[in-house]
Write a protein that binds this ligand. Structure first.
Ligand code: ZN
Length: 471
């Protein structure tokens, strides 16, 4: 063998030997030095009596195998939660910490996240703190004091509750499943809040009315509102749908309805889907309410109007001798002469002015604290969103737009987007006893001129509908 070839072989052998040694060493070194688990976000700023937080973690290699949370307070480290398992590579792990049970004290602390992956390394690395965050331990729940509330409530009716809440960042009033917003009353530091209560027409008497307060640490407190429920009966009626009505209304309200499909199918879309859309819009508009009462005294019913349909009337729709639908009518139908002026029932701000599905041309006036009035089927609108209106100020003229047969005004009172009977708000005495009185009992200023003005009895009649006017 020539000298040069032998040299080459030796070089190759040395290289191979080097590779055989260096390769595994650098590979092992790489495995050893792959970074561990990373915390992607601060899980919380507060620890309450019981706090559920979400750990957002990522393993650079392998899967997350174990997590532990420790709270360091005054030099002591307390393990508050541990979880083991094959969690995956990038995960969100919910963890519940019971601070009081673990012996945490109120005040500042450090929350340490400890975590380990299952990636094999030559030298095992024990769990280590991968991140630490400053937190405040708060074990004191908010305090709720009931100041006053409307004593008698009925399904489809309204009421008021006044309460004081301390140490809460959020407070809600619930009626059954319905959440009602509350509004600060007077100086913020006093913590006094007022909420209008609305009971839907199908509210189950006896379902709980509750005030709940929650602080930033998630501590909650709740209190029941004592109330007596008076039952209320609602009328039922049958509406016959005629072809002439469908020929006018289906193209008006559902122009996209195919010409080769029966009109009655279009009517059902209008009566169900468009009605539902209008309900959603009412709920949405409830958010644009003033945080103080704008109304003064009793609400007014347009003069010389006759009632043709009542609040929460359940209507069976009949077509060709067959019942095709059932819906609930949420307002009062008031009629006088054609295109008569529509007065604002009370002082407020216009929050909606335009077409609203089955309601046709509609105005919605906000009176504050979630109280609003709705005026539908108008032939013309004389106001726009943002306009301030006085009690009795003209909003537009009555008409037949939307799902209406004859010229009339469809009038609704809404509390947080929930339709309630206008009879209560048309009645000065009812307002005095059920809204002003609890405010007075709570030591709060009364609403506008609620006691002195408009003491005339309600003008609303509850006569049986004389003539069908649609919606
Ligand atoms: Zn109506």
């Amino acid at each position: 063998m020539p000298q040069r070839s032998r040299g080459k072989i030796w070089t190759l052998v040395v290289l191979l030997l080097l590779l055989a040694v260096v390769g595994p060493i650098s590979y092992l070194g790489w495995r050893q030095w792959v970074p561990g688990v990373k915390s992607l976000a601060a899980p919380t700023r507060f620890l309450g009596q019981k706090t559920t937080l979400t750990l957002k973690l990522e393993a650079r290699r392998g899967n997350i195998a174990r997590v532990e949370l420790r709270v360091v307070q005054g030099g002591t480290s307390i393990s508050v939660a541990t979880q083991e398992g094959a969690f995956g590579r990038r995960v969100e792990i919910p963890v519940t910490i019971e601070s009081a049970a673990r012996g945490l004290r109120e005040g500042a602390a450090t929350l340490e996240v400890w975590a380990r992956d299952d990636f094999w390394r030559p030298l095992r690395i024990d769990d280590r703190a991968i991140a630490s965050y400053p937190v405040t331990v708060d074990l004191t729940p908010p305090k709720i004091e009931l100041l006053a509330a409307t004593q008698y409530l009925s399904p489809g009716g309204s009421g008021l509750v006044a309460f004081r809440v301390t140490g809460a960042s959020r407070s809600t009033v619930t009626a059954g499943k319905l959440a009602l917003p509350s509004f600060a009353w007077g100086p913020a530091e006093q913590g006094v809040r007022v909420a209008l209560i609305a009971l839907p027409w199908d509210f189950t008497p006896g379902a709980p009315l509750t005030i709940t307060g929650e602080d930033e640490a998630g501590n909650t407190a709740s209190r029941g509102i004592p109330a007596s429920f008076k039952p209320r009966r609602f009328p039922k009626d049958t509406i016959e749908i005629k072809d002439g009505f469908l020929q006018v209304k289906v193209p008006e309200l559902l122009p996209q309805h195919p010409a080769d499909k029966p009109l009655v199918e279009g009517f059902l879309v209008i009566n169900r889907e468009l009605r539902r859309q209008a309900e959603e819009e009412k709920r949405r508009l409830a958010a644009s309410t003033a945080d103080k009462p704008l109304w003064e005294g009793a609400f007014v019913q347009p003069r010389n109007t006759k009632v043709f349909a009542n609040f929460a009337e359940t209507r069976a729709y009949v077509y060709g001798g067959r019942q095709i639908d059932t819906q609930v009518h949420f307002g009062f139908d008031l009629a006088s002469t054609k295109q008569s002026p529509v007065p604002a029932a009370n002082k407020g701000t216009v929050v909606f002015a335009g077409p609203l599905t089955i309601y046709g041309n509609t105005a919605i006036v906000d009176h504050g604290l979630g109280l609003q009035t709705l005026y539908a089927h108008l032939s013309s609108l004389g106001v726009k969103v943002g306009d301030a209106v006085e009690k009795g100020g003209e909003l537009g003229r009555t008409g037949t737009t939307g799902l209406a047969i004859g010229d009339h005004l469809h009038f609704e009172v809404l509390v947080n987007g929930v339709s309630v009977t206008p009879l209560e708000w048309w009645d000065a005495k009812w307002i005095r006893d059920h809204i002003s009185q609890p405010l007075k009992a709570a030591g709060l200023a009364e609403v506008g001129g609620a006691t002195a003005r408009d003491d005339a009895p309600a003008r609303a009649a509850t006569a049986k509908p004389a003539r069908r006017l649609g919606r």
